[in-house]
Ligand binder design. Structure first.
Ligand code: SAH
Length: 258
């Protein structure tokens, strides 16, 4: 049976970083429900008569609850033959994609998931930072900076005790708190970077150490979406900036600030 609902990853931002399979699903969709971090250029793959429904957060508008989104998905999937739920990055990386899958499949809707390139992987890569490098690190952790309770995840403290590279999503509002955990558990000199607007023409990388970033960068100066990368791999960064990046979009902070 052909799936009625496709839960698809739209990639990290650059509209070319979507899979062919996801594009094929967009092309045949009757209805597309999409989030805030999704590029308008992805919607250009849709049929002219498609019904586009924005379900993300937008200033000045009450956000839809997850329950309301689930219900909308099921409403359309019960009435049309192809619904696409389009999410930023990968739908199963902090995207609540699996909750939507469960809700729809419990109601008898056939669902297919199409993975996407997560910003967790794409942000370091497009900043020239290897997630793993032989002789430098052995693993990486991807952690959310903020739990639904508003608390900081205890996994951040656990990860800071390890030698792993740590990639933090949704962490900017807790930037100082996060960095200070690493200053204490590792060293003030532990390399760190913030990758803003990864893979987009506005991409900017701020690199330094956990201490220099904590001292010199205020959360409200960071343009979101942004990913925090902490670990020795940051020092391996290939600074010859990829085409599209101009001077000034890469900020290097002083290393010896203490
Ligand atoms: N499912 C998404 C993540 C959703 S959570 C994925 O796989 O990428 C949203 C968080 O993702 C943001 O707070 C930010 O930390 C990160 N993010 C998404 N797009 C980004 C981008 N283009 N550049 C930097 N960070 C990004």
């Amino acid at each position: 049976m052909n799936p009625t609902l496709y839960i698809i990853g739209g990639g990290p931002g650059d509209p070319e970083l979507i899979t062919l399979k996801a594009v094929r699903a967009l092309e045949k969709a009757d209805v597309i429900l999409y989030d805030a971090l999704v590029s308008d250029q992805l919607l250009a793959h849709a049929r002219p008569d498609v019904r586009l429904i924005f379900v993300g957060k937008r200033k000045g508008r009450k956000e839809l609850s997850q329950q309301e989104i689930n219900e909308l998905i099921v409403f359309y999937a019960s009435r049309t033959s192809c619904v696409v739920r389009l999410k930023g990055g990968d739908p199963f990386v902090f995207g609540r994609g699996h909750e939507e899958l469960e809700y729809a499949s419990r109601r008898g809707i056939a669902v297919e998931v199409i993975p996407g390139i997560s910003s967790a992987l794409a942000a370091p890569a497009s900043a020239g930072i290897p997630l793993t490098k032989r002789g430098v690190n052995e693993s990486f952790w991807v952690i959310t900076g903020t739990l639904s309770s508003g608390e900081i995840s205890n996994d951040i403290a656990l990860a800071s005790e390890s030698s792993a590279t740590v990639i933090i999503l949704m962490g900017i509002s807790k930037l100082k708190e996060i960095l200070s955990i690493f200053v204490k558990a590792r060293s003030p000199f532990e390399p760190a970077a913030i990758v803003e607007h990864a893979t987009l023409p506005t991409q900017r990388v701020i690199s330094g150490t956990v201490y220099s970033l904590a001292e010199q960068i205020h959360a409200d100066e960071v343009r979101t979406p942004a990913v925090i990368v902490i670990g020795k791999v940051v020092d391996e960064r290939h600074v010859a900036t990829p085409t599209g990046l101009v001077e000034g979009e890469v900020m290097m902070l002083q290393r010896k600030v203490i």
